[in-house]
Design a protein around this ligand. Structure first.
Ligand code: C5P
Length: 229
């Protein structure tokens, strides 16, 4: 673990359904730090491109949409994402949007267009950044890098539960297949493939609750003197 830089950053990377969203949110709350849900930026980009009638296969056009995104994130109990003033929080969570996000996320020009926007989240008192390449690409000097995994069956089960709770109708069998395809694309793309950073700490959360994972990370931060109590 590195010594605390000006703005301490904890990165939490991993595949879909690994629990990184829940854990990152809990960590940010406990630490009183900001939260970056980088996946939401890729999802918003895909949605904005679709709304603008842009072909998702046209890298230059999608990158242009990414560079000029009018997006606002509200933190706190009522997390909301506004695209050009329109509340898209619910729409962003669908698996179709995740699938479209994964397609545009494989494009180098799109990733470049979103880089500064992601780094701008690193403001005091600290940042918890959740995604696929937070530790490997966006915040290589992060204080602590965590890579969260879980078995494919457990990840599909968690995503299913999450979507049903949000009122999004899905079928577990289709969802498992879609998640497997998305992970395959994310792990095998030439740019920023999903992989742990060399200095990441890996947690297999298959048999752990989100609270246990959060507590383990907080313990590492205590040991590093980043937090007390
Ligand atoms: O995490 P979430 O499921 O919202 O991410 C949606 C998609 O965005 C992922 O499947 C991945 O392709 C892409 N993504 C990425 N890099 C990140 C975060 C998300 O490529 N840092």
């Amino acid at each position: 673990m590195r010594s605390a830089a000006v703005v301490p950053i904890v990165t939490v990377d991993g595949p879909s359904g690994s629990g990184k969203g829940t854990v990152s949110r809990a960590l940010a709350k406990r630490l009183g730090w900001h939260l970056l849900d980088s996946g939401a930026l890729y999802r918003v980009t895909a949605l904005a491109a679709q709304r603008a009638g842009v072909d998702l296969g046209n890298e230059a056009e999608v990158a242009r949409v990414a560079a000029s995104l009018d997006v606002q994130f509200s933190e706190g109990e009522q997390e909301r994402v506004l695209l050009a003033g329109d509340d898209v929080t619910h729409e962003l969570r669908t698996e179709q949007c995740g699938e479209a996000a994964s397609k545009v996320a494989a494009m180098p020009a799109v990733r470049r267009a979103l880089l500064d926007r992601q780094r701008a989240f690193a403001v005091p008192p600290g940042l918890v950044a959740d995604g696929r390449d937070m530790g490997t690409g966006v915040f290589p000097d992060a204080l602590l890098k965590v890579f969260l995994t879980a078995s494919p069956e457990e990840r599909a089960r968690r995503r299913y539960k999450q979507l049903i709770e949000k009122g999004i109708d899905v079928n577990l069998h289709d969802l498992s297949r879609e998640i497997a395809q998305r992970d395959e694309r994310d792990a095998n793309r030439p740019v920023a493939p999903l992989a742990p950073a060399a200095d990441a700490r890996i947690i297999d959360s298959t048999r752990m609750s989100p609270e246990e994972v959060t507590e383990r990370i907080l313990q590492w931060l205590r040991e590093a003197g980043v937090m007390t109590g």
